[in-house]
Design a protein around this ligand. Sequence first.
Ligand SMILES: [Ca+2]
Length: 281
Amino acid sequence: MMRETEAAVVNNGVSPAPTGEFARLGARTLLATLGLLLLGYTVIAQATPSYARAYKTQFGYSPSCNACHTEGGGTALNPFGKAFKGAGRNDAAFAKIAALDSDGDGVANTAEAQAKANPGDKKSTPTSPGGWLDLAAMIPKEVQAAFPGVQSWLPRDAVLTATDIATAKTMGASLSAADENTIYIPVENQRPAGTALIFPVTFQDKTFYLLMTTDKALKISQVIPMNTKALPAAKTAKAYANFVGVAAQSVPAAAGNTLDDAITRAVKNAGVLLYVRLKGA
Ligand SMILES: [Ca+2]
């Protein structure tokens, strides 16, 4: 449902006024940016998917996605992320892996986390935690590179409710709670300038990642392969060119078993996820 006052915040008269959450986001972004400009911050929020919230409950602060991921939200799990997943990915999992030294740096996981060191990165220890919690480190470098010059970012939860999953199904996408992710929203002139999302593709039991970016009307601007070491063919797949200019919620379905089909299914799911979470479909 469009609300005029909200639409006015984000609509510059060129593209259709976003509706639903994306529009509400505009109002919040404006307020958040104004507030944080006073504090001198350029990144205006941090990711809070459900695992990050669980981590905060345990240890009292919000971690970077790199507590569990190698290169930001949506990328491969690091050793701590793998241990957390193996222990059940819930509140009880932290206790189960507390005494392990998952990253092999000589300090146990919970001791590291309590000291604000990264339990999934052997270069981060309680005596030298590094900058993993810096706000700028919350945005993957590939995402920053896709929006050159953008100084402000709004990482946004994409935690899926049962209603979201049901809505996505009617749009031809099969999403599950495992598809929850972080949507990175570049902010220009206090307004959302687009979106970026990193998500995995599995083909013949091998996994690689895609970075998808859109403009602010959620029209796909590019899909770029990442971390294709396990499946080099993914680097040069033909499918990527098909998505440019397509509305995120309108990626065609793919029923086949080729690499391009697997990519198309993943992009369709990501596009529908964006649409459902940001436009309140
Ligand atoms: Ca460490």
